[in-house]
Design a protein around this ligand. Structure first.
Ligand code: GDP
Ligand code: MG
Length: 400
C-alpha cells in the first residue's frame, strides 16, 4: 500500500494530504497550551540597584534587562519588559535608593493594583522576587514594607539572597536576621546566579533550580507552562515543556480529519507533515534549531521503526481496547487514535534522543538523531508504547 515513489517509501498521494488549516490550528494549540503563550507568567523583580536583578533575570530566564529598547516605563522607577519569543513579562524596579521607601513601595503597589484591576488574570503580577545581596548586609525599611505589601495584596514574594558565595558566620547571621524580619515572605533562597572567581578559585552558580521550583509552586497553575518554557536554568523543566508539546500534538491528532481511505500501515507518511511541525516546536522548547529539510528527513527516516515498534495490527488491537463500545467506533476515530499513537511514540522517542544530546552538549545531526530515536525505541519500547496508548485512550474517553 506504500507510495510508488522508490526514493520516498512514505510518499502519499496528494489527495490524502493533511489539511493545512488543521495543521496550523494544532500548531497554535501547541504554542498556547504546551509552551504557555496563552497564559504568560508575569514576574516583578525588586531590589537595590547593584543587588543582582539583571544578572538573575539573565541566568534564570535568558533575557537581557539592559537591552536597549526592550523595556518601557510603566510608572516612575519601574520598567516593563516583554518578549516576542517568550510568554513572559518582567517588571524591574530600578533601584530602591533613588527614591525613598514610601515612594518605591507606592510604585510597586500601583503596578500590582492596576494590573489586578484588569479582569483578565493573565495581566496580573504572579510573583515578586525581592533581591537582597548577601554581602550588602543591608536590610532596609523598604524590604520590610515591600514584603508586607505583597502579603497584604496576596502576591507571593520570594526573598532571593543574591551573590551568596560566602558561607560564614556573618552571612548565616544575616540570613537569620532576614528570616526574622520578613516572616511574611513565601520563601528565602540564597542564589549565586553567575559563577564567581576569587583569583583562580571558581565558585559555581547555585540556587537557581530551588528558586525555579519554589516559584512554580507559588504561581497559578495556568502560568506554569510559560515559566517552564521561558526559563533556562533547569534542563529537566525544558524536557517537560517538550513532552507537553508531544502530548498536545498527539491528542490533537486524534481529532484530525483523516481521509476515509487512511490505512495506518501504508499511509503513515501522511503524518510526516504533522511530525515536522511537532519537531519544530520541540526544538523550540529545548532551545535548539534544525533546518526544515532535516526535520523532514528525521520524520521520514524514523517512520519505519516507529511503525515496526508497534506494528500496524497490534496498534489497531491496542487502540480497540480504549473504546468502550466497539460497535460505535467509526473508522475515522480508529484512524485518529492510531495517528495520535504514532505521533506520541515518535515524539517521545525524539525528545528522549535529542534531549540526551543537548544535555551532553553533542550537536544533534540528522543521522545521529535517527540512530538515537531507533535505539530509544528498542530500549524503551514497552514504556513508550504504553505511554502512548494510555494518553490516547484517555483522550478518546474524555473528548475535549
Ligand atoms: N559573579 C556574579 N556576579 C554577580 C551576580 N549577581 C550580580 N553580580 C554582579 O553584580 C553587579 C550588579 O548586578 P546587576 O545584575 O546589574 O544588578 P541590578 O542593578 O540589580 O540589575 C554586576 O557587576 C554583576 O555582574 C552573581 O550571581 N555572580
Ligand atoms: Mg539591572
Amino acid at each position: 500500500m506504500r507510495g510508488e515513489n522508490q526514493d520516498d517509501p512514505w510518499a502519499v498521494p496528494p489527495d490524502l494530504a493533511l489539511d493545512n488549516g488543521e495543521l496550523n490550528e494544532i500548531d497554535s494549540r501547541v504554542s498556547n497550551e504546551a509552551l504557555g503563550f496563552d497564559s504568560p507568567v508575569n514576574i516583578l523583580l525588586a531590589g537595590n540597584s547593584g543587588d543582582g536583578k539583571s544578572t538573575l533575570a539573565n541566568a534564570m530566564l535568558g533575557v537581557d534587562l539592559a537591552e536597549a529598547g526592550a523595556g518601557f516605563p510603566v510608572t516612575k522607577g519601574i520598567q516593563c519588559y516583554q518578549y516576542h519569543d517568550k510568554p513572559l513579562t518582567l517588571f524591574d524596579t530600578e533601584g530602591f535608593e533613588v527614591i525613598d521607601s514610601e515612594r518605591t513601595v507606592g510604585a510597586v503597589k500601583e503596578v500590582i493594583e492596576s494590573r489586578r484591576k484588569k479582569a483578565d488574570s493573565k495581566q496580573h503580577i504572579h510573583i515578586v522576587w525581592l533581591c537582597i545581596a548577601a554581602a550588602s548586609r543591608r536590610l532596609q525599611q523598604v524590604h520590610i514594607d515591600l514584603v508586607r505589601l505583597c502579603s497584604e495584596l496576596q502576591i507571593p514574594v520570594i526573598v532571593v539572597i543574591t551573590k551568596s558565595y560566602l558561607k560564614d558566620d556573618s552571612s548565616e547571621a544575616f540570613l537569620k536576621a532576614i528570616a526574622d524580619s520578613l516572616p511574611e515572605a513565601d520563601g528565602m533562597i540564597p542564589v549565586l546566579a553567575k559563577e564567581m572567581y576569587f583569583g583562580r578559585l571558581r565558585i559555581a552558580p547555585f540556587g537557581l533550580v530551588q528558586l525555579l521550583d519554589a516559584t512554580l509552586s507559588l504561581i497559578p497553575t495556568a502560568c506554569q507552562a510559560a515559566l517552564k518554557f521561558s526559563q533556562v536554568a533547569d534542563f529537566s523543566r525544558k524536557l517537560e515543556a517538550a513532552n507537553n508539546v508531544v502530548n498536545v500534538t498527539a491528542v490533537a491528532a486524534v481529532s484530525l480529519s483523516l481521509p476515509a481511505a487512511f490505512v495506518p500501515g501504508g499511509h503513515a507518511g501522511l503524518l510526516v507533515s504533522l511530525e515536522v511541525r511537532m519537531i519544530h516546536q520541540i526544538n523550540n522548547a529545548l532551545g535548539i534549531s534544525l533546518e526544515k529539510h532535516k526535520q523532514m528527513a528525521i520524520a521520514k527516516g524514523t517512520l519505519g521503526i516507529v511503525m515496526a515498534t508497534v506494528g500496524g495490527r497490534l496498534l489497531f488491537t491496542e487502540t480497540m481496547k480504549f473504546i468502550p463500545v466497539v460497535g460505535q467506533i467509526t473508522s475515522m476515530l480508529v484512524g485518529g487514535a492510531i495517528a495520535g499513537t504514532i505521533v506520541k511514540i515518535f515524539g517521545t522517542a525524539y525528545v528522549a534522543a535529542v534531549g540526551e544530546m543537548v544535555r551532553e552538549g553533542t550537536s544533534p545531526t540528522t543521522s545521529a538523531i535517527i540512530d538515537a530515536i531507533t535505539s530509544a525505541l528498542s530500549i524503551h519500547q514497552n514504556q513508550i508504547v504504553s505511554g502512548a496508548t494510555t494518553l490516547i485512550g484517555e483522550a478518546i474517553r474524555r473528548p475535549k
